[in-house]
Design a protein around this ligand. Structure first.
Ligand code: GLU
Length: 444
């Protein structure tokens, strides 16, 4: 038994696509669970479209995801090997230098074509089953622009051969490339790897997830910058076309290594459901240590918000978000303005539904009296609740708690008054209740 070698072979022409994350993950999982090798091969032969920073980005993204490779290959560095194989099959008459009549300006008058044996290729795809393709229609296809410039299909086959790739796990759109690659394999005497073509990743509208239609949301960078956790992304992506066949939906990378089955990947398109990603991410937020959580809140909060304020707001923030990137949105939307500065509001709004101004004034006075008993400047939400609750029960919760909450936040929606008091501290809480009281007295 030869040991398993898989590869992820991105072209460094842009950001890592979420479909690419899945290809990398499934290749990684299959290698790890078989105690094999996971190779990363950067397919940079299209010099016009590659940029070194895309390679750096890809490597860094995979590392961030925890998908570390055992072998790293830069395709362009293998040029001498490509040339050697090309020369060999030309010498053997399996490929030939072809004179061309350029149809457009800039086209070559000489290319290298593969001598197509015109046969039916049968692929036993691990996911798609048996696929037969008659290669006659492909004609004598071009495999290199010149002896030093192999095209994509040729380089892929030569590299897979030399790297000992046993399993080619890649996106479904490559299925149509496979017959050409198998013909080239047979010509250079390479063994055929096992193929597994993964189903399309579809957007919610069931169209193929594409940059043109779905913009930056197709890229991992988007989710990273929005503060999704890498473990949540891995978990979510694993479920794009695969599931463990049990109720378990939260799976760590180790769980996935143990449970993933390549042959159980579905044929049909896999829908990319952002609500599901959000749910999974919230589950992973719950698993963070307090230190990790605080660090991430700090990282994603606006720089001008002090650590003291953030610590007080942390649990309120965590209740509100699916991903850490939403913290900036919450601040930008003014959700926590009341923490940063005194709220501005109309006195009338302190009065709850059927209550009167006079009653509300009484309730605010009582709240001030009760909260003055707090022993320290720092307030626990629970302490404030214990002091206020019996009175609120007696006089009507809305009647009592609404004006308190409104005086503290000036907002129709905010955390409950006890949490607000906890965030603001004793002095500010009492001051705001006084301000509310006075404004209502002035409005009488
Ligand atoms: N470089 C190709 C791509 O980025 C993948 C080639 C392969 O997996 O065979 O789509």
């Amino acid at each position: 038994m030869t040991s398993v070698v898989t590869r992820f072979a991105p072209s460094p022409t842009g950001f890592l696509h979420m479909g690419g994350v899945r290809t990398a993950l499934f290749s990684f999982l299959y290698a790890r669970q078989n105690k094999g090798t996971f190779a990363l091969r950067i397919e940079d032969t299209d010099a016009a479209r590659n940029k070194p920073e895309w390679t750096t980005g890809l490597v860094e993204d995979l590392k961030w995801l925890g998908l570390e490779h055992n072998v790293f290959v830069i395709q362009s560095e293998r040029a001498p090997k490509h040339k050697e194989y090309l020369q060999k099959i030309i010498d053997e008459g399996k490929a030939y230098i072809s004179k061309e009549t350029p149809k457009e300006e800039g086209q070559r008058d000489e290319v290298i074509r593969f001598k197509n044996p015109n046969k039916v290729v049968v692929i036993n795809d691990l996911i798609r089953g048996e696929v037969s393709i008659d290669t006659t229609d492909l004609g004598d296809f071009i495999i290199a622009r010149s002896i030093d410039e192999p095209l994509y299909h040729f380089a892929v086959v030569a590299d897979d051969f030399d790297m000992g790739i046993t399993h080619v796990i890649r996106a479904e759109e490559h299925l149509s490339n496979t017959p050409r690659q198998i013909l080239i394999q047979e010509a250079i005497g390479a063994p055929r790897p096992v193929y597994a073509h993964l189903p399309l990743v579809l957007a919610a509208d069931k169209s193929k997830l594409s940059k043109r239609k779905h913009g930056e949301t197709v890229w991992l960078t988007y989710y990273r910058s929005r503060g999704y956790l890498s473990a949540a992304i891995i978990n979510f992506v694993a479920l794009l076309g695969w599931n463990p066949g049990t109720e378990q939906e939260i799976l760590s990378l180790d769980d996935l290594i143990a449970q993933f089955k390549l042959e159980n990947v579905q044929k049909g398109g896999a829908v990319f459901n952002v609500e599901k990603l959000d749910w999974i991410n919230r589950e992973y937020i719950k698993l963070l240590t307090p230190e990790e959580r605080t660090k991430l809140v700090r990282e994603f909060a606006p720089a001008e918000i002090s650590d003291d304020v953030l610590i007080k707001l942390e649990s309120v923030i965590i209740d509100r978000i699916s991903a850490f990137g939403e913290i900036k949105d919450l601040f930008a939307a003014g959700e926590f303005d009341y923490v940063l500065s005194e709220p501005v509001y109309e006195a009338e709004k302190l009065v709850w539904k059927a209550a009167s101004k006079e009653e509300t004034i009484e309730h605010l006075k009582k709240a001030i009296e009760l909260l003055s008993n707090l022993p320290n400047e720092a307030i626990e939400a629970n302490e404030a609740k214990e002091l206020l609750w019996p009175y609120a029960e007696e006089k009507g919760r809305g009647n009592v708690l609404w004006p308190i909450r409104y005086a503290l936040s000036g907002k129709d929606k905010s955390p409950d008054p006890f949490v607000c008091a906890g965030i603001l501290g004793k002095a500010v809480t009492l001051k705001r209740l006084e301000t509310g009281l006075q404004s209502l007295q002035n409005a009488l």
